[in-house]
Design a protein around this ligand. Structure first.
Ligand code: UT7
Length: 332
């Protein structure tokens, strides 16, 4: 539990953005030796959205944040901190966050990028909440934005079918009610297992254990079965802790917002805790795995549908490359 809660954190608005092009399972059937049936059964994905000409992490982040600011009724110039979670910003320097702040008319906010792969949005929400509670910041933009398809090797059927592009955003503001915001969180990482999910930039980045890898540099390399085992275990572990350490039963929670990585991973957590299907949001069928954007897009769709409501906490949970994981319980 957080201590010294004198400042609350309110989610003032949310937004999301999906790129214009769609890549269906039928498209993959034409590209590699796979089938719509295999992809749906093993992952739950029917299609994913991918960037077209002129679309990238910066444009998706801008569109998602603009929608969140509009929903919040806040001018971009009023933000005092912008955090972008992404593994794929266009440049190493400047940060995506700095250019994003400028794109919404802000010339003074602190801005930085955060790399925690698919856990990025949940990490960034926790960091934003903590910095507002410190009293130093009052209006914070949190954005998860990814163009995962630029890291996809479309000859590798086991990885490329999973990923899509998109962005999700939330505007957090300081509030007089200290009960609002993140009431419980856990963030973690295990760098000893980084080689199960990585994007090598130089040949020497490829570990000896993966020496047979013939994939092009700059493409996402993943040991699917190992990540799957880690994900199922970690998902259930942190969800169980979120419930037990807060004295919550599934009935007390409005929504379980899970990283959309594979429907079978989400279903394993749903089954273990006996969660009703209408409390475990799923959009992986439409968007695939959008890495750091995934939880943010879910939060926005739930928020706009009125499913994240006052009085009942919601839970966010994610895991990803690093390996990393994060979960947090929020009072909206
Ligand atoms: O958010 C980032 C975290 N990432 C994840 O959460 C991903 C976690 N892992 C997974 O979701 C699954 O491991 C995958 C969906 C990536 C793969 O599913 P799987 O059931 O673990 O398959 P597998 O890699 O064990 O492969 C089983 C079989 C193999 O064939 P053989 O050797 O048994 O003949 C693969 O070659 O399935 C084959 N296969 C495919 N077949 C048709 C792998 N990909 C495909 C495909 N279409 N696209």
């Amino acid at each position: 539990m957080n201590t010294a809660r004198t400042i609350g954190v309110r989610i003032a608005g949310t937004g999301s953005a999906l790129p214009s092009c769609t890549l269906t399972n039928a498209d993959f059937e034409r590209m590699v030796n796979t089938s719509d049936e295999w992809i749906k059964q093993r992952t739950g994905i029917s299609e994913r959205r991918i960037c077209g000409t002129g679309e990238n992490v910066a444009t998706l982040a801008h569109d998602a944040l603009s929608r969140a600011l509009e929903a919040a009724g806040i001018d971009g110039a009023a933000l005092d901190l912008v955090i972008v979670a992404s593994v794929g910003s266009e440049m190493r320097c400047p940060s995506a966050a700095g250019r994003l702040a400028a794109s919404v008319g802000n010339t003074h906010a602190a801005a930085f990028d955060l790399v925690a792969a698919c856990s990025g949005f949940v990490y960034a929400m926790i960091v934003g909440d903590t910095l507002i509670r410190s009293g130093r910041y009052k209006r914070v933009a949190i954005v998860g934005a990814e163009q995962m398809t630029k890291f996809s090797d479309y000859t590798d059927r086991s990885v490329s079918i999973l990923f899509g592009d998109g962005a999700g955003a939330a505007v957090l503001v300081a509030d007089d009610d200290p009960s609002l915001g993140c009431v419980w969180e856990t963030m973690g990482g295990d760098g000893t297992n980084w080689q199960h999910l990585y994007i090598p930039e130089r040949r020497e980045d490829v570990p000896e254990s993966d020496a047979k890898c013939t994939m092009a540099l700059g493409c996402l390399r993943m040991n699917g079965p190992e990540v799957y085992k880690f994900a199922v275990t970690k998902f259930c572990d942190v969800m169980g802790r979120a419930l037990s350490e807060n004295g919550l039963s599934p009935a007390d929670v409005s929504q379980f917002v899970c990283h959309q990585s594979n429907i079978r991973i989400i279903a394993s957590a749903r089954d273990k805790f006996g969660l009703p299907a209408d409390k475990v949001y799923v959009n992986i069928d439409r968007y695939g795995n959008t890495s750091a954007a995934s939880v943010g897009i879910c939060v926005d769709e739930l928020w706009r549908a009125g499913k994240i409501t006052k009085g009942k906490p919601f839970l966010m949970v994610a895991f990803g490359g690093g390996l990393t994981w994060a979960a947090s319980v929020w009072n909206a």
